[in-house]
Design a protein around this ligand. Structure first.
Ligand SMILES: Nc1ncnc2c1ncn2[C@@H]1O[C@H](COP(=O)(O)OP(=O)(O)OP(=O)(O)O)[C@@H](O)[C@H]1O
Ligand SMILES: [Mg+2]
Length: 611
């Protein structure tokens, strides 16, 4: 019930449609209720006319003529009623369809909106396919339910009340019996509900997990094929679905056993009802017309009960199906995130700093502690980057270099300490607008090359896209494609080579033209020649721009202003490349190793994952 109210509140804008559908259903039901009265009246007219004819009294022809006139009029009334039912019923059906479509829009966009608001931490723990499966299931089940419900609710209510009132008018024990039947049936239905829902929830979990893996496998088919794991993936997938078969068996057996019981009870009550009507007609209490009318009415009285089990079934599905949907909607982005401060505008300033303001650092980390879980990845990191300065981070693989850039972009909150970024503005959006980033993995979208380059600035002109592409040496390979910049690159750019993807990612950051530049292994996938080309473009871009650079290949950071070396989550040394080369620290060690061809040195180098 709370779920139902929740859905209604959620889709408040659809109220006119719910009302329209209900009014249409009420009209159709009222028309349906007229039918037993008309046929009852027809029966009485015919019985009396036939009876008069049999008596042989009076002007038989006159009586028959009058009776024929009345029954024809009544038949016309039947036709009118049916036409109303058909007409209004279809109007209601139309509103139902429109309502479903609108509901789909509301539920999907709200879900997407919520997903976009959820912090990075949420995505660290969820599978894409599961997120998608949840949306699809919830939408179809909630929509089906609301459609059925708004259609049947009024019909049920209206029929129940009318049937009770009419039968009470004709003979009160009928009404009493019916008044017992309804709640009894409802109670028996409610009994099945809890177990049914628990099983439905378990089934949904299996499907979600299977869908999550499914999407992952489809997305990384190359790995699956190369390691010859098709069979195993398929087996694991089908095992999940086989589990749902078993659960459905349990669920359905339970439901149908209870349904048989419910119906048995119901038919027993109707047996008594019919027996009363028949006997009372024989004893002359009801006319044959009244009997016909009451029998039809009893037929109608059964309908709400049957619809009820339909509605309950759809409601159960909707409740179970929407559970995980609402669980996601209920997530508080702040709680999921675990809190922690994000980068902010430097203190003690009244106006936002502008690039080129030399006295203030562009980026400043002060005693930053951070960990993804209980362990600290960064333990008290402090450094400043001056406006326009180029600073490089060097350290072991897994040492927290990428993590520093994630914190800079406010993807995670810090555990303690502060990060100040000049121009961070009021919100994360402002902060991120001011940072151009090339990720360690290119992360492209399925569109065209031009669309990918313009992702950070969708309004960029073709010339601007072309200029960025030239600086990132994208043009050197795009020329070979028949469709040029309009070449579709496949999901995540699968149709491109690693180095091509990386160059597009560099062009994307170049086009964004933000005051701060973050390059996380931006040229690691390139051969020496292309790297030189891209490096030249990057040097150009970095001029006068605050830049944070991570590179394993030390040749690419030889020109930076300062280097920060990291060890065990702490800063080990800070200095110019020349200073650090002479200090004997990590940088000096790596430099010696990269220049060396000795076997032992290369082994040591591999520990730093240098290519
Ligand atoms: N999303 C995440 N959730 C949990 N732990 C993470 C996450 N991302 C990184 N880590 C962990 O944090 C540590 C630092 O990772 P980070 O990616 O910052 O290293 P890195 O210095 O960039 O390494 P590399 O040079 O290999 O890119 C690693 O131990 C890693 O396992
Ligand atoms: Mg990294």
């Amino acid at each position: 019930m709370t779920t139902l109210l929740r859905i209604l509140r959620f889709t408040r804008s659809l109220t006119p449609y719910y009302l329209g559908i209900m009014i249409a259903a009420a009209v159709v039901t009222a028309a349906g209720l007229a039918v037993p009265f008309i046929t009852g009246r027809v029966t009485d007219v015919i019985v009396s006319a036939v009876g008069t004819a049999a008596d042989g009294k009076g002007a038989v022809a006159d009586v028959a003529g009058e009776a024929i006139r009345i029954v024809v009029l009544l038949a016309i009334a039947l036709l009118a009623v049916s036409l109303v039912e058909a007409g209004i019923g279809n109007v209601g059906g139309y509103w139902g369809d429109v309502m479903s479509a609108k509901m789909r829009t509301i539920l999907s966009t709200r879900y997407f909106e919520q997903l976009l608001a959820l912090p990075q931490r949420y995505y660290d723990n969820e599978l894409t396919g599961t997120i998608v499966a949840r949306l699809n299931r919830s939408i179809s089940e909630i929509t089906n339910f609301m459609k059925t419900f708004s259609n049947m609710f009024v019909t049920m209510l209206f029929t129940t009340i009318s049937v009770l009132a009419i039968s009470a008018y004709y003979y009160w024990p009928l009404a009493v019996l019916l008044a017992v039947a309804y709640p009894l049936y409802l109670w028996l239905t409610a009994l099945t509900s809890r177990r049914w829902q628990r099983l439905e929830g378990e089934k949904n979990d299996h499907v979600d997990v299977a869908s999550g893996r499914f999407a992952e496998v489809v997305g990384q088919m190359r790995v699956v094929k190369s390691f010859a794991r098709e069979r195993d993936e398929l087996d694991a997938f089908s095992r999940r679905f086989e589990s749902t078969e078993r659960l459905t068996g349990l669920q359905s057996r339970h439901w149908h056993a209870m349904d048989a019981l419910r119906q048995g009870v119901l038919y027993a009550i109707f047996f008594v009802l019919y027996a009363i009507i028949f006997v009372r007609t024989v004893t002359g209490y009801f006319t044959p017309g009244e009997m016909v009318m009451l029998i039809q009415l009893m037929g109608m009285a059964r309908q709400p009960v049957m619809s009820l089990s339909w509605v309950v079934d759809a409601a159960q599905r909707a409740i179970a199906g929407s559970k995980s949907y609402f669980e996601v909607m209920d997530l508080d982005p702040v709680r999921v995130d675990g809190g922690g401060d994000r980068p902010r505008e430097p203190r003690a300033t009244t106006k936002p700093a502008r690039a080129g303001d030399p006295d203030r650092p562009a980026v400043s980390f002060r005693g930053v502690h951070f960990g993804y879980d209980d362990d600290d990845v960064l333990a008290g990191i402090s450094f400043d980057v001056a406006q326009g300065e180029r600073i490089a981070f060097v350290g072991e693989s897994g040492g927290g270099k990428t993590t520093i850039t994630s914190l800079l972009m406010g993807l995670y909150g810090v555990r303690s300490g502060t990060i100040e970024v000049a121009g961070a503005g009021a919100g994360l959006e402002d902060l991120r607008r001011g940072i151009g980033v090339v990720f360690q993995e290119p992360h492209l979208f399925s569109g065209t090359i031009a669309e990918n380059i313009a992702y950070g600035r969708p309004d960029a002109t073709r010339e601007e896209v072309g200029a960025a592409a030239r600086r990132a040496a994208v043009d050197s390979f795009v020329g070979g494609f028949p469709n040029g910049y309009d070449t579709v690159i496949g999901e995540r750019g699968v149709k491109l080579s690693g180095g091509q993807k990386q160059r597009i990612a560099v062009a994307r950051a170049m086009l964004k033209d933000a005051p701060i530049l973050v390059l996380d292994e931006a040229t690691s996938a390139l051969d020496t020649k292309s790297e030189r080309l891209v490096q030249a473009g990057l040097e150009d871009l970095m001029r006068g721009r605050t830049s944070l650079i991570i590179a394993h290949r030390l040749s690419t950071i030889a020109e930076v202003d300062r280097i920060v070396t990291l060890r065990d989550g702490r800063i080990d040394e800070v200095g110019t490349p020349a200073e650090l080369a002479a200090s004997g620290g990590i940088y000096a060690e790596l430099l010696a190793l990269q220049g060396s061809t000795a076997k032992a040195d290369r082994r040591r180098l591999r520990e730093f994952e240098v290519v």
